[in-house]
Ligand binder design. Structure first.
Ligand SMILES: *[C@@H]1O[C@H](CO)[C@@H](O)[C@H](O)[C@H]1NC(C)=O
Ligand SMILES: *[C@@H]1O[C@H](CO)[C@@H](O)[C@H](O)[C@H]1NC(C)=O
Ligand SMILES: *[C@@H]1O[C@H](CO)[C@@H](O)[C@H](O)[C@H]1NC(C)=O
Length: 592
């Protein structure tokens, strides 16, 4: 009897195990997840680190709540808010295109300073889309510990010419898709946004290249951008579509700063022996030194010094044979990798990748080396900068300088500007000058004026820049006066104006954000009034109290007044005062 029961239990356990093993995807099947880290030196003594994490999940299993590599928390938000495509960006700092060249991913994974979010939401009407957008921003705000819930109607726009869906949507869904876009230029991206970002990854920052990501280093970067893109992709000919999630982190790290010891991070002057001087200058002597351009020599760096610790093995889920770490340096540059890693050199002559051993720490060392060969800098499609012009408290102007560096190709793009309602644009002042001459190069324009306290200005312009030319776009605006309560606590800092977005085909690049000073009331006034009133009250109280209490006597009489008599007198006066007061109170009470 007893043996029979044990047998039944054994069978049950066995069948359960079988079921489980069937449910877990087979480990040897080709993976739908991959990750890669690309390192590239930038001038002068900077390092660009680009992390890329991507996974594909079948759309039908996603809809059945079988999320596989797709993060469940984000998946449920997208399902709840009927969002078919999502793009979220967190950025800090300025990309210096003049010396660093083209942006990583050509700018496709980059956002404006602060937080930027745009999504295609499926809805029957505009109102329904607005409701779902509200749900989406509030849920994402909780997920990423960011103030995304502050993206309200004044900060939301529906771009008309900028942004195209990046994924494949069926034509029936396409008709009901609503594009909404919001920015928060004031939001400071920090460690609390990185932690939820890492939690979305299959290896959660514990193994693989994501183990390098550390808030201290990431937010010490000169420029930094985190992105999340979710889109459906359908292979032509295949029946099932995939939902693709791509997460990237790009940062420009300062090699000099990362070498400073952690407990002593303050830069100190170099000692005389370590100075590297340009001996060819005729004024060079024992007490004058012209510093040698560091670029003539490739600097030494070590991966674990830059990120604080070495890379901890590989992520076991990324087993599609793609090398997880790549470094863009000429083949002539010496690169030493730790034991167990296999180096693969690219034919281009400027790139090599490493296959890592799964559970050993990985380390790269680039020694100091005299080398004239450099990896070529990629030229950006367009240089863009934007600044304020004009003067005075009540009005001002904006100037955007857009340069097409190509000597052969003209370039067409859409310039999108979203301004807060208190920055009132004068459309008739909008001018475009090409190489200094005013010309009609604006092909198409969409303009939606602002409504006070309800929505901001939206301006989209399609421009064609001929090869090798510069366009200067200018317009004037007027500053509104805000209500006293509408100013932030640090009113004199100014108001952040969202970056302009320049859409060229399927990529978008951004200018930096601007800081607009508004006429600010003197917030010290109430304080002054309180101080003055308090002083007057204190003075008058002292004066009256003095009159009530003090008794004036001649100096020769003073001796007859002993202290006890004075005390009694004071008490009598106080009692009289009190009784009169109480009498009045009871009388008032009776009147009621
Ligand atoms: C996801 O699917 C696309 C298209 O089939 C493919 O190009 C991409 O490499 C896949 N990504 C992963 C991580 O498998
Ligand atoms: C999906 O989009 C890609 C690129 O936009 C395109 O090449 C492909 O044909 C599309 N697939 C389908 C099934 O429409
Ligand atoms: C580009 O323009 C500059 C001045 O505007 C000119 O000196 C230069 O020769 C031009 N380059 C080409 C390739 O046309």
């Amino acid at each position: 009897m007893w043996g029979n029961k044990a047998l039944v239990a054994m069978r049950l356990i066995l069948s359960l195990l079988l079921l489980l093993s069937a449910a877990i995807p087979h480990a040897t099947a080709s993976s739908d997840y991959h990750e890669q880290l690309n390192l590239r030196s930038l001038h002068p003594s900077l390092l660009l680190a680009s992390f890329n994490f991507q996974s594909n999940t079948s759309l039908t299993s996603f809809e059945q709540q079988n999320f596989r590599y797709f993060p469940r928390s984000l998946g449920q938000i997208l399902q709840h808010a009927n969002t078919r495509e999502l793009h979220l960006r967190f950025s800090l700092g300025r990309w210096d295109a003049e010396s660093w060249g083209a942006r990583p991913w050509g700018g496709a994974r980059e956002g404006g300073t602060g937080v930027e979010l745009w999504a295609w939401v499926e809805a029957e009407s505009d109102e329904e889309a607005d409701g779902r957008w509200l749900t989406l921003t509030n849920a994402l705000s909780g997920l990423f510990c960011a103030s995304l819930n502050f993206i309200d109607s004044t900060r939301t726009i529906r771009p008309v010419m900028s942004f195209e869906p990046a994924g494949n949507h069926s034509s029936s869904t396409l008709d009901n898709l609503h594009l909404l876009h919001g920015t928060l230029p004031r939001e400071v991206v920090c460690t609390e946004n990185l932690t939820p970002f890492l939690k979305l990854l299959p290896c959660k920052g514990k193994a693989g290249i994501s183990s390098l990501l550390d808030g201290h280093k990431l937010f010490d970067a000169s420029w930094q951008s985190m992105s999340i893109d979710v889109k459906p992709i359908c292979e032509p000919g295949s029946s099932d579509c995939q939902l693709q999630i791509t997460q990237t982190i790009d940062m420009v790290l300062d090699l000099q700063r990362s070498k400073r010891p952690r407990d002593n991070p303050i830069p100190r002057p170099v000692s005389y022996e370590e100075l590297r001087c340009d001996l060819s200058k005729d004024y060079h002597s024992h007490d004058t030194c012209f510093p040698l351009d560091a670029a003539a020599q490739e600097e030494e760096w070590i991966l674990s010094h830059i990120f604080g610790h070495p890379l901890k093995g590989t992520c076991p889920l990324a087993d599609d044979g793609i090398d997880p770490v790549c470094i863009n340096v000429p083949h002539a540059r010496h690169v030493y990798a730790s034991e167990g890693a296999h180096e693969h050199k690219d034919e281009s002559g400027y790139k090599r990748c490493f296959a890592l051993s799964p559970d050993k720490d990985f380390e790269i060392i680039l020694p100091q080396q005299e080398i004239s060969e450099k990896s070529p800098l990629e030229q950006p499609l367009l240089y863009a900068e934007r600044s304020f012009i004009g003067y005075g408290q009540e009005s001002g102007g904006v100037q955007a300088i857009l340069t097409n560096p190509s000597s052969t190709n003209a370039i067409e793009f859409v310039y999108l500007e979203t301004l807060p309602w208190f920055m009132k644009l004068y459309l008739h002042t909008l001018k475009a000058k090409i190489n200094g001459v005013e010309e009609d190069i604006i092909k198409e324009m969409y303009y939606r004026p602002a409504l006070d306290r309800k929505r901001g200005t939206q301006l989209e312009i399609r421009i064609l820049i001929p090869a090798n030319s510069t366009v200067v776009l200018t317009y004037d605006f007027e500053k509104a006066i805000l209500r006293y309560t509408e100013y932030p606590p640090d009113a004199n800092r100014g108001f952040d104006i969202a970056p302009a977005v320049i859409t060229i085909g399927d990529i978008a690049i951004r200018t930096t954000s601007l800081l607009l000073p508004l006429p600010t009331p003197d917030f010290s006034m109430p304080y002054n009034v309180i101080i003055l009133t308090s002083t007057v009250m204190a003075l008058s109280f002292g004066f009256i109290y003095n009159l009530l209490i003090r008794r004036f006597v001649a100096i020769d009489e003073a001796d007859q007044w002993d202290v006890r008599a004075v005390r009694l007198k004071v008490l009598a006066v106080a009692q009289k005062f009190m009784s009169r007061f109480l009498e009045k109170r009871s009388k008032d009470g009776k009147d009621d």
